[in-house]
Design a binder for this molecule. Structure first.
Ligand SMILES: O=P(O)(O)OC[C@H]1O[C@H](O[C@H]2O[C@H](CO)[C@@H](O)[C@H](O)[C@H]2O)[C@H](O)[C@@H](O)[C@@H]1O
Length: 228
């Protein structure tokens, strides 16, 4: 059972650090880790450090794919690329452009820098122009997201992360199900289908590689709460 985080397990919030982790979510994740005997993973665009910050000990027995597939933790095994040096320059350029612009949030992650304009939608064109101009054969790629655009380490996506996870114990030989809501999740839907499993899109109908759909976060949580 492979689960996206923002917009799937937790409701989207105005700012990246404002998501609400309720006790029921922690209890659900613990229960799933038991039900699926360790074959549960969070698959997020967030860094693993961010996920651990939100969920702490709840993640015991849960595998983690972070940074859009670049970081993979299964038990004691840890894999992640080196942070591209170009991210430092990119962060400076982004901060210089949006300094003092109310509502624009710059999120610095282990392997990326994101510009969020959920609270300042008028900043979207400038954010897109800037981020796209900063990819110049420097190991960075543009990642689209909901009301944000990000520069991140190139060469990975949620599909490659899921494929790597599914090749390892205790996931190898099982059928993957991946639940997600965002464009970054589409590569994951393609990957699980190629492995004989299926994707579940969260949200309104759209063109997708997922086979099934759930309406929203409460619908995901209710589905996962059902007895196995
Ligand atoms: O792959 P995910 O776990 O869904 O992470 C995708 C991005 O989620 C976060 O941004 C989104 O959620 C924020 C908090 O609700 C919201 O303010 C923002 O508009 C959304 O795009 C996170 O901040 C990003 O780093 C993740 O890549």
């Amino acid at each position: 059972m492979l689960l996206d985080f923002d917009g799937t397990l937790v409701e989207l919030a105005g700012r990246p650090d404002a998501v609400v982790i309720d006790p029921a979510l922690k209890a659900l994740i613990r229960r799933l880790a038991g039900t699926f005997r360790g074959r549960v993973a969070l698959v997020s665009g967030r860094s693993i450090a961010q996920l651990e910050g939100f969920l702490g000990e709840t993640l015991e027995g849960v595998a983690l794919i972070g940074s859009h597939g670049a970081e993979i933790h299964i038990g004691p095994s840890r894999a992640a690329p080196v942070r591209p040096a170009a991210l430092i320059e990119a962060e400076h350029a982004i901060r210089a452009t949006f300094a003092g612009q109310e509502g624009v949030v710059v999120e610095v992650k282990t392997l990326g820098v994101a510009v969020h304009y959920r609270l300042a939608p008028e900043a979207e064109p400038a954010a897109r122009r800037l981020v796209q101009s900063l990819v110049i054969d420097n190991g960075l790629a543009v990642q689209e997201g909901k009301m944000m655009i990000e520069l991140r380490a190139a060469g990975h996506d949620k599909g490659s992360g899921i494929a790597a996870l599914m090749a390892k114990s205790p996931f190898a030989g099982t059928v993957p199900v991946f639940v997600g809501d965002d464009v970054t999740d589409e590569a994951g839907f393609v990957a699980v289908a190629a492995l004989g499993g299926f994707g579940v899109l969260v949200g309104a109908e759209r063109a997708t590689a997922a086979r099934y759909r759930l309406r929203d976060v409460p619908a995901v949580r209710a589905w996962l709460e059902q007895p196995a």
